[in-house]
Ligand binder design. Structure first.
Ligand code: KIV
Length: 263
């Protein structure tokens, strides 16, 4: 494992891990060196391509976005999602993982894990691939995102999640992403595993936090955001004002002035 990944993922030198998503070169340049990890998530299907869910995201899409983001990163650790149905069994998973790694050169891959595909995670890890396991709410299993709800609230759900996290660790994952997991379950998982946990909608009791960049800057203010999303910037509002200003300046002949014209 490369030094940088070892440093970030070492729980003994604990410093909470920060992670944001990026799908483009411009966002990659903004994030590089400012967060520990950059995730080229398959959330690009819903945020960028206006898909209803992430099931339509293809290997080609992840290859293209993964490569362009990774090319513009020199400091942060890059993580790429393996899309829906590209890791349905061990051999398919390895073939596709190699394609993604060779083409994009990202440092880590992430797959959505449940008790039925731990063998795939173990197989990829044993092949020397730095794997992140995504558990809890796993969006690739949902056609309808409205059906998504927090997990790990009941005793049984919590026990199952803790067990799954321990299996994931045994299978060789370097890190676990916890999505929409109750506070108590996230706390217990984080205290029981030796690898770091990164949460989204899973409370402060994780070793790190991830947000989708487009949500973080509120690029689309028509979408109702889940409770766990904090808007660090109101980009939609700022951009709309700027667009109005541009439209007005064009109409009154103020733009382009001499400053913005060639002689
Ligand atoms: O695809 C993605 O952006 C993700 C986040 C929800 C963490 O997996």
């Amino acid at each position: 494992m490369k030094k940088k990944i070892i440093k970030i993922l070492n729980k003994r030198f604990y410093k909470p891990i920060s992670c944001l998503t990026a799908y483009s070169s411009s966002v990659a340049k903004i994030l590089d060196g400012r967060v520990d990890m950059i995730l080229i998530g398959d959330s690009l299907g819903t945020t960028l391509y206006n898909m209803k869910n992430t099931q339509g995201v293809t290997l080609e899409m992840m290859k293209i976005h993964g490569r362009i983001v990774n090319k513009n990163i020199s400091s942060s650790v890059t993580v790429l999602d393996m899309p829906y149905k590209t890791y349905s069994n061990k051999s398919v998973a390895l073939k596709n993982a190699k394609k993604l790694l060779e083409f994009t050169k990202v440092k880590m891959l992430k797959i959505e894990v449940n008790k039925n595909n731990l063998d795939v995670l173990e197989y990829l890890s044993n092949k020397g691939i730095n794997m992140i396991a995504h558990i809890g709410v796993t969006p690739q299993s949902f056609k309808d995102f409205r059906k998504i709800k927090i997990v790990g609230k009941t005793h049984k759900e919590k026990k199952n999640l803790v067990n799954l996290a321990l299996h994931v660790e045994n299978a060789g994952a370097k890190c676990i992403l916890l999505e929409c997991i109750s506070r108590e379950a996230a706390k217990e998982i984080t205290s029981k595993v030796k690898i770091p946990t990164i949460g989204i909608g899973s409370s402060k009791f994780c070793d790190g936090q991830v947000l989708v960049f487009d949500d973080f800057i509120n690029i689309d203010d028509n979408i109702k955001m889940p409770r766990f999303v904090k808007n660090y910037l109101n980009f939609a509002q700022i951009a709309k004002k700027a667009v109005k200003n541009f439209d007005n300046e064009v109409k009154i002949g103020k733009f382009p002035s001499n400053k913005y014209s060639y002689k």
